[in-house]
Ligand binder design. Sequence first.
Ligand code: ATP
Ligand code: MG
Length: 577
Amino acid sequence: MRPRVIRQALRAESDPGGGAEAFSWAQVGRDLGIRPGGPVNMAYLAVDRHADSELADKPAFRFLAENRSPHDLSYRELARLTDRFGNALKSLGVQPGDSIFVLCGRRCELYVAVLGALKIGAIVSPLFPAFGPEPIRNRMAQAAGKVLVTTASAYLRKVEPIRGELPSLRHVVLVDDAGGGVVPETHGWEHLLHAASDVPALVATTAGDPALLHFTSGTTGMPKGALHVHAAILTHYATARIALDLRPDDLFWCTADPGWVTGMSYGILAPLAVGATCIVDEAEFDAARWVAILESEGVNVWYTAPTAIRMLMKAGPTLFAGHAFAALRFIASVGEPLNPEAVWWSMETFRLPIHDTWWQTETGGIMVANAAADDIRPGAMGRPVPGIAAHVVRHRAGEPVTVIETPETVGELALESGWPSMFGAYLGQPERYRECFAGNLYLSGDLVRRDADGYFWFVGRSDDVIKTAGHLIGPFEVESALMEHPAVAEAGVIGKPDALAGEVIKAFVALKHDVVPSDALRSELLAHARRRLGAAVAPKEIAFVECLPHTRSGKILRRLLKARELGLSEGDSSTLE
Ligand code: ATP
Ligand code: MG
């Protein structure tokens, strides 16, 4: 029988405020050297602040290319390059508040472009590099993107054909065009930077000035553009310390692409604000490569996603045999619920648990976490981080929102608004933004329950929750039970309309690579689920699938499973993997 709690040794270092009671955002600001009412600029706090300190010559980034040796970029060099790029943007006429889009793989220029643009007060919006022309056009048109930083091939294939539909797009900078002007109506990166000055480019932005535009994953529908301000870096910094246990001497690997909020908040800003070194793997997911990076680079803190963890689990134990992860101290995940089975797998594989963290594009940073100093309850999202007040609320159409105090009651997760990385707008959708708030509460759209000790447990997105024979069932619970079976690699669960029960539960199951689907296995899985969950909650139907549909950011797309099951239109598929 597995214990319900994994005990963690309390570490004072992970508590920058010196204890949860002492925490205040004002103190976090002072730790970062921000004067009350003074300028706040993310790129200054992440880069320039260290470039004249004892960290100046320490690598800010270590880039791992597929077939080249690692390339380090120091804080000093990053400060100089971002000044150059910032000045180059100024020379192109870019003003504070203008939108800059970045569309390229994880390479040095992407990071320089993002931080250089932030320095001069531009609003940065990184796009996932595999997007096709339509998601690119849609996002750039919404935000009136003025500059696009991309590669020659991405430009020629995806942007040039639609450039006429993007009247606000003035300049395109090609990161791989060393000569300059090889492609008509574009600028070459090298040429542009060479011509620019490296005097400080910093513009004195304020805490409330817009800095980042991130589009949501599109799991529940059309992606929304969430706008974040420069002060968000206070959340990034504080949560990196508290929830990820990140320290300046750490080698940190966040596996998310900067095209998603995780890759920006924790793949760039948080670790740099702390003064750590970030690993950037330029290659795509490859289980053996990831094991090699964790081991041979000596990663200390690893922030990844349940989908990646499930892929590593699927690869089988032989991949990990004989490897020691001596430097690895802390593992965390975000993006989807973390099945308890994954936590136990991690205990066996790395001798460390995975710390689940919950947050959204809208929240800009970690809000609920199994923090470094907290015991872990496998399957729980954890507790609100210091500075965040979270509640479970009852929220029904046409009724006032009320806070539920009774533990173990399912309701919507709501956060008291006003934390530094809270989104300030949904681009072009003011009404939708207003609908996210009830008084001072931000309504997350996720259903949770809170146990008597204050741990939050994810039940499901309000859109995904299944109502069957009078019960309210979250797909996560059913999926986690199925994942416990040794044959199952991944499961997606939906409610299928039923005249009698309202909905019946149907599970789509992807099997581990060496398992053959059969009717006998289906019966075994149905019986396993009934044993684990009881007849009311267990699926009535199981379909075997080769793989489940995911968003490009790696989340199971239950709405698509449902639409396919019902023969309906698949809706927006621009962020389908
Ligand atoms: P869209 O809003 O476009 O439908 P999305 O909600 O998937 O897409 P993101 O902002 O990338 O876009 O994802 C946030 C959501 O991911 C959360 O609201 C939650 O549903 C899910 N999520 C993130 N972390 C966790 C976690 N630790 N446990 C459970 N769910 C999580
Ligand atoms: Mg969402």
